[in-house]
Design a binder for this molecule. Structure first.
Ligand code: GTP
Ligand code: MG
Length: 582
């Protein structure tokens, strides 16, 4: 996962500057009636809405509905590597010979690329029929009719490129800090962070298109397969630059063999058998990995990681710039994505808080793109959801209550695990809780800065703390495979670091109560203060404190943090231990 260099923060000149917002490129929607584009034109993504682009008042789409529409849209779409100098008008005119274009955008990823969505699938076929195999050079081309093209100019042109680029990368930390410093309140800062980092409409399209291109390759072996994006690309918590998790869904092919009975006969396909599901998964991924490596244009650095707990093929899709993880046989992860999509869509505060906590964790190196003993983004998201379930009144419903609201259509059992929950967002009552994001952020840090991690586990099924079934430092129950801990990898020292930083962040936000943006002058405040390296915070806030008389409340808080640390982190042997509830 690409993460901006937060180390830059320390070198920033922390001067107040005029707010400069990133201008999102205008999506050219020459929409065909009845298409997704027509929906999207109605609601060009407002800030804070889920990436489906649907505002609170508009009925929200089911996850499966959204996925099917996006997939269909991707099948009508092509990816074109363009020459550096290109006239947008002539380019569109040339492509329109194959049929009307629904929308298009350009982006840069080392070279110039265009994503063009036709109104009809037939236009893609027409374009493919008109396309030539590359002329022979020194190397021999392996023939493949993909939807990824290379556009060449017959005659060199002196025209300047005048296309508007769609940005596919998150803002730099310097840029982010500038906008955050100009925000009007902590709530505004959290919403700004969300707005700057959330996946754009164009980036979401590119993710579905990439899956669709991979599906074309996998279909050579499994004609009925579907490659579905899951994880943060679709669960509404993805940020620009996050990886692209793909699920190779073979259920259509598998299910074919189950229902075709007639009279006394039962016809089965002749198939090869292997000793276990795991071996089948490894064999399938192995062959798809080979295909991607040998035949798929733009797929580089293919690694087959088949002995992992969840076997996968990892590769870079050069043209889109996505780091991709392709798995199969982990349908539960797709269901987890659907559950998170629902939680993200239920209340506009959820995503702002999750994005902030994830960014905060990355800024303090609590998370990493390298696997290890760190907390993952998935675990942090679960912690935020759990915390929001514990508010009074709750901001999010428990998974058990979502299960109670489910109807027959929602019933879902995967590998013996009950994955039933209501899929229709409109059947879930909105929360009556009106707490501000600022308060929630502060309470989040206070809650987990004092959580009894040594004896309790986090459980979004029931929305309340429970006794830990084992001695893992951090225990977050897997919502569907309930005997598993999703944060089993987290070490005691990483958990301790999280607790220390949560306590320090509580302290910083308590200090903010005394001043806020209007009192801060050129000093970092609110979210910016929380993102600064640990020592820098105390120093800069210490300075700020000296400008104002110390408040009794802060003194008491400081003392209590100091004494909690001594009590909670030192056990009878004098060794550092996990914090307990105070
Ligand atoms: P990013 O860090 O933005 O990529 O977030 P992500 O949610 O996509 O996380 P990641 O790419 O690590 O994993 C993809 C998906 O796999 C998650 O959204 C979950 O649905 C699932 N997943 C990840 N880690 C675990 C885990 O430890 N246990 C289980 N059951 N599922 C997991
Ligand atoms: Mg991911």
């Amino acid at each position: 996962m690409a993460v901006p260099g937060v180390g830059l923060l320390t070198r920033l000149h922390l001067y107040a500057q005029r707010r400069s917002r990133v201008q999102r490129p205008v999506l050219r929607l020459l929409s065909c009636p009845g298409t997704v584009a027509e929906d999207l034109r109605r609601d060009e993504q407002p800030s804070g809405s889920v990436e489906t682009g649907f505002e609170d008042k508009i009925p929200k789409k089911r996850f499966s509905e959204m996925q099917n529409e996006r997939r269909e849209q991707a099948q009508r779409t092509v990816l074109i590597h363009c020459p550096e100098k290109i006239s947008e008008k002539k380019f569109l005119k040339y492509l329109s010979q194959h049929g009307p274009i629904n929308n298009h955008f350009f982006y840069e990823s080392f070279s110039l690329y265009a994503v063009v969505e036709f109104c009809q699938k037939e236009s893609v076929r027409s374009l493919q029929n008109e396309t030539h195999a590359p002329s022979k050079g020194m190397e021999v081309a392996i023939p493949f009719r993909s939807r990824f093209f290379n556009l060449k100019l017959k005659n060199q042109t002196s025209e300047r490129s005048c296309v508007q680029m769609s940005n596919q990368l998150p803002p730099s930390s310097k840029k982010l800090f500038e906008v955050l410093r100009d925000a009007e309140s902590v709530d505004d800062q959290l919403n700004t962070l969300l707005k700057e980092f959330q996946l754009t409409e164009e980036n979401t399209k590119l993710r579905y298109l990439t899956c669709s291109l991979i599906e074309d390759i996998a279909a050579a072996y499994f004609p009925d397969c579907v490659v579905r994006p899951f994880g943060s690309s679709v669960n509404t918590f993805g940020k620009l630059g996050c990886d692209l998790d793909m699920f190779l869904d073979l259920s259509e092919t598998r299910n074919l063999s189950t229902n075709k009975t007639s009279g006394n006969f039962l016809m089965e396909f002749q198939v090869k058998n292997v000793p276990s599901e795991r071996i089948a998964t490894q064999k399938i991924l192995s062959v798809i990995g080979e295909c991607l490596d040998n035949f798929s244009p733009g797929c580089v650095g293919v690694q087959k990681i088949l002995n992992a707990r969840c076997p996968l093929v990892r590769f870079s899709h050069q043209a889109s710039g996505f780091q991709c993880d392709l798995t199969t046989n982990n349908r539960i992860a797709l269901t987890s994505s659907e559950l998170l999509y629902i939680y993200g869509a239920l209340d506009s505060r959820v995503r702002a808080l999750v994005f902030t906590v994830r960014y905060w964790a990355r800024a303090h190196s609590l998370t990493s793109s390298i696997p290890g003993a760190w907390i993952t983004n998935f675990s942090l998201t679960m912690m935020v959801i759990f915390f929001l379930q514990t508010r009074s009144p709750p901001i999010l419903p428990t998974l058990d209550s979502l299960q109670t609201l489910a109807d027959a259509e929602d019933k879902c059992i995967i590998e013996g695990n009950n994955c039933t929950f209501v899929r229709d967002l409109n059947r879930i009552k909105p929360s009556e809780n009106t707490e501000t994001l600022e308060l929630l952020l502060k309470e989040f840090f206070e809650y987990f800065g004092n959580f009894a991690f040594n004896k309790n586990s986090i459980n979004i099924r029931q929305g309340r703390e429970q006794n830990k079934p084992d001695s893992s430092p951090l225990y977050i129950q897997n919502p569907f495979e309930t005997s598993l801990n999703i944060s089993k990898n987290v070490s005691q020292s990483q958990l301790q670091k999280f607790v220390d930083l949560a306590q320090e962040s509580t302290w910083i936000l308590q200090q903010e109560d005394l001043g806020g943006p209007s009192m801060s002058g050129n000093q970092p405040w609110g979210l910016v203060a929380l993102l600064l390296p640990s020592g820098a915070n105390r120093k800069s806030l210490g300075k700020k404190k000296s400008r104002k008389p110390a408040n009794e409340k802060v003194k008491v808080l400081l003392e209590s943090i100091k004494s909690n640390r001594t009590e909670n982190f030192t056990n009878t042997n004098g060794k550092r231990n996990i914090s307990t509830q105070t």
